[in-house]
Design a binder for this molecule. Structure first.
Ligand SMILES: NC(=O)c1ccc[n+]([C@@H]2O[C@H](COP(=O)([O-])OP(=O)(O)OC[C@H]3O[C@@H](n4cnc5c(N)ncnc54)[C@H](OP(=O)(O)O)[C@@H]3O)[C@@H](O)[C@H]2O)c1
Length: 361
């Protein structure tokens, strides 16, 4: 049991994570929805079904969060649009269950400073980071050698750069192991998602980039691993189902029951492969942006959002996504952001540069 009712503000309520979060809330009598937000989809039926008084479609989430006074903010908005809610929760010291990785990638330094001031909990919902969080819990920082993020490799694992020319939106949207929203599914096909996760891991766990590896584990059974200085590796293993990390974050530290089946182990084979960074250059571009620091990760994210939207609309070829991002990164100065206004300006500038670089598919 939790220690009393936990009131959850669910932002991105109509998305893939949002819908699974609702299942988790329905499963647990001590979780209660107190606020809902979507981008444009109507929320009336959902609000009525759950007796939620504070509801907003689009716009700035801060008045909604102020009014509803949640115990936990589950930020499941897609893209940079999630940034205000992330910074609000961290600044206020309200527990943040974070699925919206783009906000931490773009605003890493601002977010970490806001968390220091606010003093609240930041619980990752991304399955890899939830896994790392769990493997790291209770360990001394100096016992940790490094982090290992696992990647499924996406639908195009094993293809060369040339074989990726001309792949279609439908092919890129058919992910082998996860059912997710369209933007993260394309990010998984280009490996930009793993690049975003690399930067996210850097900010969440405070390790330098040269101590964060990425390895392909095609079945997504191993959610990530931590290497310790004594030679031990701790892995988080289970069926790939986002309700597990969502439930972990919403009921932390209870680890409440879910409806997710247990993983049968007899006969289970786990293979690992290196990432082909020539075929999937988005991972190295993200690593470079992360190491460069300042607003370079914000520009990486912004350019990627523009390029992915263009690919989904049929205005850009799959292989050109990385070209647009690379070109944008060479043009931005990457100067650090002092505040949210600076960051919003850096995001806008990168979007404009990326939009100019779009080539017809
Ligand atoms: N899906 C997964 O399994 C998964 C796993 C790990 C991490 N994540 C991360 O979780 C986040 C959400 O992913 P998703 O797959 O759930 O995406 P999704 O299915 O596309 O859903 C996105 C949600 O964000 C809302 N939204 C869009 N723009 C908004 C805005 N300006 N203000 C407020 N809400 C807005 C959408 O509302 P409308 O319906 O009105 O458009 C929708 O509710 C992403 O950052 C993703 O990287 C997802």
């Amino acid at each position: 049991m939790l220690y009393g009712v936990r009131r959850v503000a669910l932002l991105g309520a109509t998305g893939s994570i949002g819908r699974q979060a609702i299942e988790v809330v329905e499963r647990h009598p001590e979780l209660e929805l107190c606020a809902l937000q979507s981008g444009s989809a109507p929320l009336d039926a959902l609000a009525a079904a759950h007796g939620v008084a504070h509801v907003q479609v689009g716009g700035d989430p801060i008045p909604l969060l102020d009014r509803s006074a949640p115990d936990v903010v589950l930020n499941a908005v897609v893209g940079f649009a999630g940034i205000r809610a992330t910074l609000w929760a961290l600044e206020q010291g309200v527990t943040l269950a974070l699925a919206n990785k783009e906000s931490l990638v773009a605003a890493g330094e601002l977010a970490i400073r806001a968390r220091e001031r606010g003093g609240g909990q930041l619980l990752p919902v991304d399955s890899e980071h939830s896994a790392l969080f769990q493997c790291l819990e209770g360990r001394e920082a100096d016992s940790v050698e490094g982090l290992v993020l696992t990647a499924s490799g996406g639908p195009f694992r094993g293809r060369s750069r040339a074989e990726l020319e001309g792949v279609t939106v439908a092919e890129a949207l058919s992910h082998p192991t996860w059912q997710m929203g369209p933007k993260i599914t394309i990010d998984s096909a280009t490996l930009a998602n793993k690049g975003l996760e690399l930067i996210e891991a850097h900010w969440l766990f405070g390790l330098p980039y040269d101590r964060i590896e990425v390895v392909v584990q095609p079945t997504s059974i191993v959610h990530s691993l931590v290497r310790f200085r004594d030679g031990a590796l701790l892995a988080h293993v289970g069926v790939p189902d986002m309700r597990v990390p969502i439930s972990f974050a919403l009921t932390y530290p209870e680890r409440a029951a879910t409806d997710v089946p247990q993983l049968p182990l007899a006969g289970l084979e786990l293979a690992f492969e290196a990432v082909d960074e020539d075929a999937f250059p988005m991972l190295s571009l993200a690593r470079e942006a992360g190491e460069r620091g300042g607003t370079a990760p914000c520009a990486f994210n912004a350019a990627n959002e523009v390029a992915v939207a263009a690919f989904l609309d049929g205005r850009l070829g799959f292989a050109e996504i990385a070209a647009v991002v690379e070109e944008t990164l060479t043009r931005v100065d990457g100067a650090p952001a002092r505040d949210l206004d600076d960051l919003v300006a850096a995001d806008r500038e990168a979007r404009e540069l990326a939009a100019r670089g779009l080539q017809p598919a």
